[in-house]
Design a protein around this ligand. Sequence first.
Ligand code: NDP
Length: 481
Amino acid sequence: SRANIGVVGLAVMGSNLARNLAGRPGNTVAIYNRSADKTHHLATAHPEAEFVTADTVEEFAQSLSTPRTAIIMVQAGPATDQVISQLADVFEPGDIIVDGGNAHFTDTIRREAELAARGLNFVGAGISGGEEGALNGPSIMPGGSAEAWNTLGPILESIAAVADGEPCVTHVGTDGAGHFVKMIHNGIEYADMQLIAEAYDLLRHAAGLSPQEIADVFRQWNTGVLESYLIDITAEVLGHVDATTGSPLVDVIVDQAGSKGTGVWTVQSAVGLGVPVTGIAEAVFARAISSSGASRRAGGGLPGPTPTDGKSGSAIGDAQGFIDMVEQALYASKIVAYSQGFDAISEAASEYNWSIDRGEIARIWRAGCIIRAQFLDRITEAYREQPELPLLLAAPYFHSALDDAQTPWRKVIQAGVETGIATPAFSSSLAYYDQIRRERLPACLIQGQRDFFGAHTYKRVDAEGAFHTDWSADRSESRVD
Ligand code: NDP
């Protein structure tokens, strides 16, 4: 038993994670893959890693010191269940099985309970950062028991990305908490990308800027409050010229967005929890609209203003003024999307009995993952100052940022409405904002309607209890509780 950590599943993610682990002092890494050729190929290609190879799951178990710790990186779903079951048969009580794949958090809750009944520790760990992150330092979101974290923590800390000298990993919470938080990370990533795409659309088709000019705008933005990985890569993509046609690459890419499903999971879970994640939902729906070929073809001739082609001038007088307003609108909408994501985390924590430190979540997203951004420092600070903060938007820093952004946010959305450029994520973020700050909402009328057709009752602002109006007779009111 020479290895202190093992990796099962040696496709891109597993191989890179195994190499990352092997490169850290103190680690000896056992590797195992269903098809043994991948195991030997990895060991041969990277002799410096000094991997301990195993051809069978039994050999793999024997090569690990106890308590055994193994990270699974295989396809999510049935494949993960098969691998867990094989490891559970050869592991012993106290050993730790980590699933680093993109599991649904409810599968993780189920698996943790099943393995706990057999005395095994199961940890669902969200790992973000793609292939490059896995190799050089991902952001890691582990759930599972505190006991498992004691053994696993130092190993994960050794391979995680580092921000301000701190590793981007923390014990998120018990059982499925880690995979839930990873799912919300991906949902926020959808919202962030959609907001950036809307900003591009406005600059291109309302302000009439070229992709090269917009790339420069994004480079400029990346030195301010919006500084982030996604803004950075957006500038790279917009600045890239297609070698075949000489056109900006963005003009030859088919405008139908794909997805692997974690955005849908986020929205489904949030709907179940009753948390409005409107920014994420609009982002998921916008991808669906982009890919709805037949509807888009049928909708093609519908009346309305036609956005400029982005080559023949501008619908906006003061281009630089507009660019600055779009920056503010993007920032304000982004604050709303993150606030909503953190609301989903709070609600799930209370539903599933997880103790989640939201400041720690923002902290571990500062490096290694796709949504890494300067702005996460502000979120960490907000939760450190006020751990029970009920609404991220209302923290003093964000309150003030939203105050500054008011006029530009509204004007940019107006410009979209007038020019026929849809801004679903900008607009839904503002709609959420205007509802959450409103003293009275028209929900009073909805309660009246519900009482009318279904006797669902309503509460009064001036009295305790539930009331019903006898709508079909004399319209007298009675207290019904
Ligand atoms: P894949 O998701 O493509 O999975 C391939 C691996 O799964 C191979 O090692 C394969 O073994 C193994 N496998 C599949 N079915 C079985 C089975 N029934 N029994 C045993 N092993 C099986 O690999 P990736 O590296 O892309 O991703 C691994 C995990 O990490 C996934 O859950 C993914 O969602 C997640 N992830 C991926 C990211 C990415 O950027 N790709 C980012 C973050 C997470 P064999 O070689 O024998 O076929």
